[in-house]
Design a protein around this ligand. Sequence first.
Ligand code: FAD
Length: 348
Amino acid sequence: MTAPIRSHGVFRLTAEDRFRCAKLVLPISGFSEARPAHLKMPLLRSAFIALSRNRLLRRFVERSSVGVKLSSRFIAGMEIEDALRVAEAVNRQGISVTLDSLGESVTSDTEAHKAAEVYHRLLDAIAERKLDANVSVKLTQMGLELSREVAEGIAENLVRHARSLDNFVRIDMEDSSLTRVTLDIVRRLHALPGLRGAVGIVIQSYLYRSQADIEQLMADGIRVRLCKGAYKEPPEVAFPKKADVDANFIRLSCLLLDSRLYHGLATHDENMIAEIKTFARKHGIEPGRFEFQMLFGVRRDLQRQLVSEGYNVRVYVPFGHEWYPYFMRRLAERPANVFFLAKNLLRK
Ligand code: FAD
């Protein structure tokens, strides 16, 4: 077996690893043969993603008591205090937290500043209560679709605040129309004096562009959360086949583990997790050098198991009144959740 080569990062992939990772991904020329994404995407997943954008249904469901009850499986509650209480409980299990004040696509500057205010309060509360937690922010909630300047200014203030408290802001990744601008903003913030290391980004393995983005981000020294991706994307930009998304997730995980930075590998997929563990073990990358990330309410058994094995785990804890789109994306990922939730509702 070839020994891993030391490089700019902790380890550089050996030729053998590169070959193994490369085998996992289809060559670009294979994409033209792929069927259109809407034919490949299972019907229920498509339906839930479409429903996540339905304003009428959203208004009705978010206000209904049944809706609120159902959402509690994946949402920590409606208020900041609910989220902090859940964060404390999760921390007691030896699991870190990232707090997400739900909301996206605001329609005025005032709304964007109001959304940011919640995050400033969260950062202060995390410090006061000495929680093991950071925050996850969507740029559309900070006004990105209204004005890049507004969103960037708000995000900069948040990152400065986080830095002053020795904390960290993760900028979530939204749909592919926003990938470029989100990357630009995060890279610009990270390059500002005093902000290096206080802001990170999310990369989605379903996008073809992600490997190039990761290589650029590693050169800049920016921390990444890798996930598969939760939006409906056309085959021009994203792998239509789940097997390719999964293979790319493993390939990109290897690249991240190969850097000297601390990254988050966000998945509930036991195959992905097993591959990552094997790769890390093989290269002597200690469990403390990266973290697994999962969503609140999803695979709690696996979260506990990883902690007991000595891995770092962080749980994404969303809260707030605007839970509908987030909730629908969780149903899209696993439509069986609908039956699970309905059964629980009938039991109560
Ligand atoms: P999948 O292949 O979807 O699922 C594998 C297995 O995991 C399933 O068989 C099931 O057992 C379990 N599972 C997965 N989802 C669920 C669920 N909802 N309920 C119950 N079981 C489930 N996406 C973005 O586009 N942008 C982001 O910024 C972003 N941030 C994220 C942050 C975190 C911490 C996590 C965990 C995910 C984030 N996502 C984000 C969502 C991500 O892109 C996926 O949609 C989601 O994680 C499901 O993919 P998976 O890797 O778990 O694997």
